[in-house]
Design a protein around this ligand. Structure first.
Ligand code: ADP
Length: 169
């Protein structure tokens, strides 16, 4: 029984993430999507919301589990009995950062193998950051995020705009 963990902030989960989940869960007996509680960037959705959105997107996958974690990713992977860490690699943008993190993780936990899956061509330029920008400007999200994520984004961003009238004045 080989377990892999796919960690990230997932703020929110996109179809690019879902593509990696679909492909990774076909390779391992069990895949845990690990949602990091406090990334060093501002989050649009709370930890509970990010977990709920990812759970709803993965209900049809029998071997995928969504869990939140704090602290070191390698500690979380050990706690879950994981052997591999999954990461998605987009053209240019991800390699350098992933290489640096991978070297540190190998030092901290030599038993955990990093498995990088290349982003599918249709999702190469897709990031959660870009999705939030497009959504905040009223752009169409069809094909980029699951339907329920698009609804959550629209609700959150219209509420945020209503709550910040001074910024628009
Ligand atoms: P983001 O970079 O979108 O804010 P996360 O921190 O949630 O995402 O990323 C989790 C993992 O998913 C990382 O390995 C990241 O490179 C990968 N990833 C993010 N977007 C995509 C995509 N469009 N295609 C493939 N992998 C992706």
């Amino acid at each position: 029984m080989v377990t892999a963990v796919y960690p990230g902030s997932f703020d929110p989960l996109t179809n690019g993430h879902l593509d990696i989940i679909t492909r990774a869960c076909a390779l391992f007996d069990k895949l845990i999507v690990g949602i990091y509680d406090k990334p060093d960037k501002q989050m649009l959705f709370s930890l509970e919301e990010r977990v709920a959105l990812a759970k709803e997107a993965t209900t049809d996958f029998h071997n995928v589990h969504v869990k939140s974690y704090s602290g070191l990713t390698v500690d979380f992977i050990h706690k879950e009995g994981g052997r591999a860490m999954i990461r998605g690699l987009r053209m240019n943008s991800d390699f350098e950062a992933e290489f640096e993190i991978a070297a540190m993780n190998k030092k901290l936990a030599p038993d955990i193998e990093l498995v990088c899956l290349m982003a599918s061509s249709e999702y190469q330029c897709l990031s959660a950051k870009l999705i939030k920008e497009v959504a905040s400007l009223g752009g169409c999200l069809t094909g980029l995020v699951p339907e329920h994520v698009a609804v959550a984004l629209n609700n959150r961003l219209s509420k945020t705009q209503l709550e910040a009238p001074t910024q628009r004045a």
